[in-house]
Design a protein around this ligand. Sequence first.
Ligand code: THU
Length: 135
Amino acid sequence: MSEKELFELALEARKKAYAPYSSYQVGAALICEDGSLYTGCNIENASYGATNCAERTAVFKAVSEGHRKIKMIAIAGGSGEKTNFAYPCGVCRQVMREFSEPAELIIVVGDGRGELRVHTLEELLPESFGPDFME
Ligand code: THU
């Protein structure tokens, strides 16, 4: 699965976003160590604080199905019809940290017009706290 293909799955997942309050729709798609794929969308709530980001929806779906290591995640987000480089929020970066090797996890964001940016989690969450600290 290429970065582009995974981003296309994120764009598809974005169509399911439930974002009536912000109108900022996000989709995420991830691939696990064993090649299995999960997608997610943001799910807002009238209480606002109970909102779940697309990335966490996808990670929690994967983990709840028994997968503990993600290798690559693509994110597509934007307001209305537009998408733009949608970088993961801090909470989602920390959740990714729990279920990846930070130097190996690939994070793909795109502008929706064909340009992709590819990062590692280590770049986006340097000097991070993770499960190894708890051993
Ligand atoms: N959102 C995500 O789904 N992922 C992020 O990494 C940042 C923000 C969602 C949450 C909320 O539904 C909307 O985007 C606006 O913040």
